[in-house]
Design a protein around this ligand. Sequence first.
Ligand SMILES: Nc1nc2c(ncn2[C@@H]2O[C@H](COP(=O)(O)OP(=O)(O)OP(=O)(O)O)[C@@H](O)[C@H]2O)c(=O)[nH]1
Ligand SMILES: [Mg+2]
Length: 318
Amino acid sequence: MPRSLTGPNITPPDTVAGAGPEPTRCGYVALIGAPNSGKSTLLNRLVGQKLAIVTPKAQTTRSRLLGIAIEAATQIVYVDTPGIFTPCRRLDRAMVAAAWSGAADADETVLLVDAARAIDENTLRILDSLRERNRRSILALNKIDLVRHDRLLGLADALSRQGRFDPIFMISGLKGDGVGDVKRHLAASLPPGPWLFPEDQLSDAPERLIAAEVTREQVFLQLHDELPYASTVETEQWENRPDGSVRIEQVIYVQRPSQRAIVLGEGGKRIKAIGATARAELERMLERRVHMFLFVKVRENWGEERERFEALGLDYDA
Ligand SMILES: Nc1nc2c(ncn2[C@@H]2O[C@H](COP(=O)(O)OP(=O)(O)OP(=O)(O)O)[C@@H](O)[C@H]2O)c(=O)[nH]1
Ligand SMILES: [Mg+2]
């Protein structure tokens, strides 16, 4: 059976098919860390499919996203979270709050540290907060493909003196090294219990949100400086066509007319490129034809509008 990107409502536990005679296990695993530490890349790798958007820029992920995977008799519900950093704007505060509440609600927490960058200020803050919460967590030194082995051992040692980490993994979310060990560890350590989601469900994110995220990924990849941070994307219309295709209308909100001009580009070139790449990506993810229509609106204060936060799945009052 193909696994669907998003699924119907939660199936009651007594109707969920467990696997074989082994007792089923199920639990939530939050992936937390500084911005850019590789959480979304790892989530996609763990689930075996692209669900979360990934870019080289920090603060790409803005809200929690579930990625559901099955390992032996265990259903593992991974929670991708926004990077944790010192918040300035209302949006930043909501993102960081979403990350911490993802960790608070989880059975296990995996702290990702970019081994190529070592212990930056954001990671230090996270270590402090974990200590305050007296929380044990799993440590994943990520991006080991970029780092020499002796350096990794020193880093693991330094980190383990600053928190309760057990176990410690050395992984590359991008290349896959060590990721199987993380999965197997989680499969064995999550609590026994019925699976919480239908077996073929991959995420809880509505398709409209995933579609907006895919466009936002292109905004982050194709635009620079403050623009990715000054914009947000929403799906306004979603029409399933009788021929199986879908017609999607989205709005990219920016804060100033000058930013709108940049998003549009000369003769509309930039917005066309964003739309074309997002459409192709979405067609791959949804496995259906997509007709994509993008509009750019100036909304000086979108960062203070409750509706914009709700569209992202964020708590406006965080
Ligand atoms: N070389 C290498 N690059 C990686 C690895 N994991 C992630 N990256 C890269 O690191 C960058 C950030 O990856 P993301 O997965 O978006 O990081 P994130 O922690 O989700 O970032 P935020 O959502 O901004 O908090 C991207 O350019 C990834 O390709 C890895 O194991 N090795
Ligand atoms: Mg991310």
